[in-house]
Ligand binder design. Structure first.
Ligand code: UD1
Ligand code: CA
Length: 463
């Protein structure tokens, strides 16, 4: 169910597309569902900003069911029923219902829920939890404390005074015998605080029809079944998720100082003996080898690192690859398409973009290398700029193995510098430099001995 408005978020973005752990809530939920069922058997109910949600989840391969008006979770199930009838597909015997805003749910918990549902031969099985603060959630009222059977789910706003302390919450995740669920959907009413059709009311309806309604309390951490209705709740789940990722990595031999300060997306992988200093962000599809050291305040996105890489603090790196034993930073900016070779050094205030840097090459200070290919052991002096853009098009610069570019040089692309060639400091290079040559592209220095005192004497004469 991903059709709701998310009114409590006060956001223009659909609630289920808000991100935790670097991924939209809905994509977390679909991933959990796909771990136990093929995408072709998964139906995603969309409604509020449906096309945006559909586009964001299209690549998962699930079916979409439109709920054009969002009249509650019971109404969402009515739309599913109509969709299945219209499609002519036989309804599955049992149905697992997930909420698009309960993102930390794990496949093992879903599997346990399904197994319990089948073993109990229940018409409805509710996944529950007993969190420290149940306020805001629907409460599951069992027949007795020791029974797995449920009388009803009561929404927060409908709780009587003596029900207010009921500790067991409805996670919004259920299993149904499909025929039993569908048979009750038309009996739902809007006689409640929100004027909506509540799926939760199906519990009492089924119980009244002597159908078996049971609950299973989740045995995992409570965050796993908590919902995200507000930004604050989302950030709580985000922190829980990232801490779980940090714990997973630490268990694999990664040292993370002050793990509560690191922001690591769920799919990031890191080899053993790598050390993360505090306040590091590792985002997207980032993979880091072993024995690397990542200094504080580094932000790495979709970046692949080899082994033994040192990244000093304060680098911003996106869509880049970095070879073994390379050294970066502090304050390097590696933009998409940067391929830093093994043992290369990229230093402070060096920006690379679509640049291939050869083995052992060095650009240690203040340079821009865009659309450039550098061979091995090239030395780039401070202040070197590849002028790759003429206002309309981009052009390449090629620098051969072992070439030396003097400080403050500008290389006007398209241009090449051959192997072992030298470019004198402060040169503006507009023509190719052959291998082994020295190129000087600057004015010869003019020196005027005694010029200062001569000027002073001339000034005196004028007085
Ligand atoms: C719901 C439950 C509550 C439970 C809580 C757990 C109901 C009536 N209440 O409350 O007992 O404790 O979840 O998190 O179900 N949705 C639709 N179509 C709609 C309305 C909602 O698809 O017309 C989707 C939403 O996008 C969301 C999910 O259903 O992903 C739950 O809806 P929400 O409004 O957040 O329900 P809660 O008030 O949290
Ligand atoms: Ca909710």
């Amino acid at each position: 169910m991903a059709a709701g408005k998310g009114t409590r978020l006060k956001s223009r973005r659909p609630k289920v597309l808000h991100e935790i752990g670097g991924q939209a809530l809905l994509l977390h939920v679909i991933a959990a569902a796909k771990a136990i069922a093929p995408a072709t058997q998964i139906y995603c109910i969309i409604g509020h900003q449906a096309e945006i949600v559909r586009a964001a989840a299209a690549s998962t391969g699930v079916h979409f069911v439109l709920q054009p008006e969002q009249r509650g979770t019971g109404h969402a199930m009515q739309q599913l029923r109509e969709h299945l009838i219209a499609s002519g597909q036989p309804a599955p015997e049992n149905l697992l219902v997930l909420s698009g805003d309960v993102p930390l749910i794990q496949p093992s918990t879903l599997q346990a829920l399904c197994n319990f549902h089948l073993a109990e031969r229940a018409a409805m099985t509710i996944l529950t939890a007993v969190p420290p603060n149940p306020t805001g959630y629907g409460r599951v009222l069992r027949v007795s404390d020791t029974s797995s059977e449920v009388q009803a789910i009561v929404e927060q706003k409908a709780l009587t005074d003596d029900q207010l302390s009921a500790p067991e919450i409805n996670s919004g995740i259920y299993c149904f015998r499909t025929s039993a669920l569908f048979a009750q959907l038309d009996s739902l009413s809007t006689n409640n605080a929100h004027g909506e059709l509540y799926l939760t009311d199906v519990a009492a309806l089924l119980a009244a029809h002597r159908e078996r309604v049971v609950a299973i309390c989740s045995s995992g951490p409570t965050e796993e079944v908590l919902g995200a209705n507000t930004i604050e709740e989302m950030m709580h789940l985000d922190a829980a998720m990232r801490l779980a990722t940090a714990r997973r990595l630490m268990a694999q031999g990664v040292t993370i100082f002050r793990p509560e300060t690191s922001v690591i997306d769920a799919q990031v992988e890191i080899g053993p003996d790598t050390i993360l200093q505090p306040f590091v962000q590792l985002l997207g599809n980032t993979r880091i080898g072993s024995n690397c050291r990542i200094g504080s305040y580094n932000v790495l996105e979709n970046t692949q690192l080899g082994d033994n890489v040192l990244i000093r603090p304060n680098c911003v790196i996106a869509d880049a690859t970095i070879g073994d034993d390379a050294k970066l930073g502090p304050f390097s900016h590696l933009r998409p398409g940067s391929q830093i070779g093994p043992e290369a050094h990229i230093g402070n205030f060096v920006e690379t973009k679509n640049a291939k840097i050869g083995r052992g090459a060095k650009a240690n200070h203040l340079a821009y290398l865009g659309d450039a290919t550098l061979g091995s052991n090239v030395n780039i002096g401070a202040g070197t700029i590849t002028c790759n853009y003429d206002g309309e098009k981009k052009y390449p610069t090629a620098i051969g193995d072992g070439a030396f570019i003097g400080s403050n040089s500008t290389l006007v692309a398209p241009v090449s510098v051959g192997e072992t060639a030298y470019v004198g400091a402060a040169s503006c290079i507009t023509e190719d430099v052959p291998a082994g040559a020295l190129a000087l592209g600057r004015n010869r220095q003019v020196t005027k001995p005694g010029w200062v005192s001569a000027r002073k004497q001339a000034a005196k004469r004028c007085d």
